[in-house]
Design a protein around this ligand. Structure first.
Ligand code: ZN
Length: 202
């Protein structure tokens, strides 16, 4: 199976190397998931949110799932849901090979919001894997690593649900970034979202 995914980080205030993305975490206790997808994707998104919550450790935020109603990505204001994850669909992504796109907005190493864009044309058999893959990006800031392919992962491997690799990654990430001290959120002014990062293939 060929799975391509775009990950784009818009670093606010401190534009720096893409490696920053790997250290960016959510610091809020709960993160809303705002589902604007079509009926074809909605059950997959809802199930994936439950699965991701199940592997997130106590120090990580919980995801709260809300159905908003079908609205294409290009009709959703990017400023909406600043502390959450917006999931929406588009007729197609830039490359027909690309099955999902996750855009991060990061401030001072903290994820402030995420948008997951899913193409309508995706093969139904791949939807579980694609949504799990994108949600691992969204929940942990993990980058793509198409060469690794552990068979216990939906983000670096081909699983259709989170595996032990994914659980371990989340546990380690949020252990190293203890949020109990309460990080500052949304301080300062924003720059115009310089984009970098990019698309990787395998
Ligand atoms: Zn990806």
């Amino acid at each position: 199976m060929r799975l391509l995914c775009g990950v784009v980080a818009a670093l606010v205030l401190l534009a720096s190397a893409p490696t920053v993305l790997a250290r960016a975490v959510w610091t809020t206790n709960s993160v809303g998931v705002y589902d604007y997808t079509s009926a074809a994707w909605r059950p997959v998104v809802a199930a994936t949110v439950e699965e991701i919550n199940a592997i997130l450790p106590a120090k990580a935020p919980s995801l709260f799932y809300r159905v908003i109603g079908e609205t294409p990505c290009d009709q959703i204001d990017p400023q909406l849901h600043r502390d959450g994850i917006v999931v929406c669909t588009t007729p197609a992504l830039a490359s027909a090979d690309e099955l999902g796109l996750t855009e991060f907005f990061v401030e001072r190493g903290q994820i402030s919001r995420v948008r997951i864009t899913l193409p309508e044309a995706t093969n139904p058999g791949l939807r579980d894997n694609v949504v799990c893959h994108e949600f691992m990006h969204a929940a942990t800031g993990i980058e793509d690593n198409y060469g690794a392919r552990p068979d216990t992962s939906c983000v670096w491997g081909d699983l259709s649900a989170p595996g032990s690799f994914d659980a371990q990654y989340a546990r380690k990430l949020y252990k190293d970034n203890d949020t109990s001290s309460g990080g500052k959120k949304h301080g300062g002014k924003r720059h115009g979202g310089k984009k970098h990062g990019g698309r990787h293939g395998r």
